[in-house]
Write a protein that binds this ligand. Structure first.
Ligand code: NAP
Length: 334
């Protein structure tokens, strides 16, 4: 049977997707973005990756988030995305918002990680080749490097944008003091930081301490990664650890996270979600999106049915004060 040529759903922008303005910028981002950290590597079946990317785009999820070392193996999620570009998405490049990053370990030796100009410039050139792209929409410094002068890292971002290799610059996992410096440096050079990417979910409230307000005050958007706590905040672990789950791989999500207290909290959260008429995953995403300082959430998925479920979160992102208090009580002391 011949693999058919992809043609996107004509109703993709009327599918229920919504877009929010990213900080003080011209960019609107879908409230849900698809991240390719897991399940798009060369260890994963291409047909499944392709199906998930198509499903996302068919529902107006136009933002795809990558990084140099997503896979496994490192680089292979970008290669998979490059195949998807060539096979399916090339005619729709201007409808897509594609991000990549450099900062974590990518290749051996002194120039393969952290925040030097040498690493960032080389890494983005590699990413563009792997993804079959002339430019990315957004390029991030993936983490703050305490040993490299921040001026050097930021100037690399400025020069990358000026060279047309990225349209916008962003930062991820930066502590608030470094973020303040980055915002000012970039603004002073007319390459304002578009967005801050940070871990944010019902179980991890860290960005509420400073990052969310700071981004808003600086006209910078905020995008939440791991909004489902890598799958913990879904129905996946209510009755143990499924063999095909991320936790079963014991790498990025360890079974030690599923303590009896955590399990009890998840069951309580699931009950609150059920009363709202939502799955736990839907409620967890809605919880992030209730806050207008959050531009978007980046979900990961191992199959289309999960994206389908996650997408339904958009049907109800409002919470009563009682529901919020119940959620807080369920996770208290974890
Ligand atoms: N900037 C950074 O440092 C950083 C760090 C981490 C992630 N990110 C970005 O954020 C993206 C998302 O991260 P993440 O994958 O950790 O996100 P996540 O959305 O918190 O977790 C995704 C996992 O949850 C499970 N899942 C998703 N929807 C589900 C549903 N409806 N029902 C049941 N299970 C469901 C799947 O687990 P199974 O695989 O077990 O099925 C899926 O792989 C990444 O791809 C990446 O783009 C960035």
């Amino acid at each position: 049977m011949i693999n058919p040529v992809y043609s996107p759903a004509p109703g993709r922008y009327e599918s229920g997707i919504r877009y929010r303005r990213c900080g003080r910028s011209g960019i609107l981002l879908p409230e849900i973005a698809l991240g390719l950290w897991h399940n798009f590597g060369n260890v994963n079946p291409l047909a499944n990756s392709l199906e998930m990317a198509h499903y996302a785009f068919d529902h107006g999820i136009v933002h795809f988030d990558l990084a140099n070392n997503y896979g496994p193996s490192y680089g292979s999620a970008e290669e998979t995305f490059g195949m998807i570009m060539r096979k399916s998405f090339a005619p729709f490049r201007d409808e897509l918002f594609i991000s990549s990053k450099a900062g974590y370990d990518m290749w051996p030796g002194p120039y393969g990680e952290w925040g030097s100009r040498k690493y960032l410039m080389a890494s983005l050139d590699q990413s563009l080749k792997r993804m079959n792209l002339d430019y990315v929409d957004l390029f991030y410094s993936h983490r703050f490097d305490p040993k490299t002068p921040l001026e050097e890292t930021m100037q690399a971002l400025v020069d990358i944008v000026r060279a047309g290799k990225a349209l916008y610059a962003g930062i991820s996992n930066y502590p608030p003091e470094a973020a303040a410096f980055a915002y000012q440096y970039l603004k002073d050079r007319d390459v304002p930081c578009l967005i801050y990417q940070g871990r944010y979910n019902i179980l991890n409230r860290e960005p509420e301490r400073a990052i969310l307000d700071q981004a808003k005050e600086n006209g910078v958007g905020f995008i939440a990664f791991s909004p489902l706590a890598q799958g913990l905040l879904t129905g996946r672990y209510l009755d143990g650890i499924p063999a095909d789950s991320r936790m079963a791989k014991e790498k990025f999500l360890k079974s030690s996270a599923l303590t009896p207290r955590m399990q009890a909290a998840l069951v309580k959260l699931n009950g609150i979600a059920a009363r709202r008429g939502q799955t736990l995953a839907e409620m967890a995403l809605a919880w992030c999106l209730k806050d207008d300082r959050v531009t978007s959430v980046i979900v990961g998925a191992s199959r289309v049915a999960q994206i389908e479920d996650d997408f339904k979160a958009l049907e109800n992102t409002a919470f009563s004060a009682e529901e919020l208090a119940e959620i807080d009580a369920a996770v208290q002391g974890l």
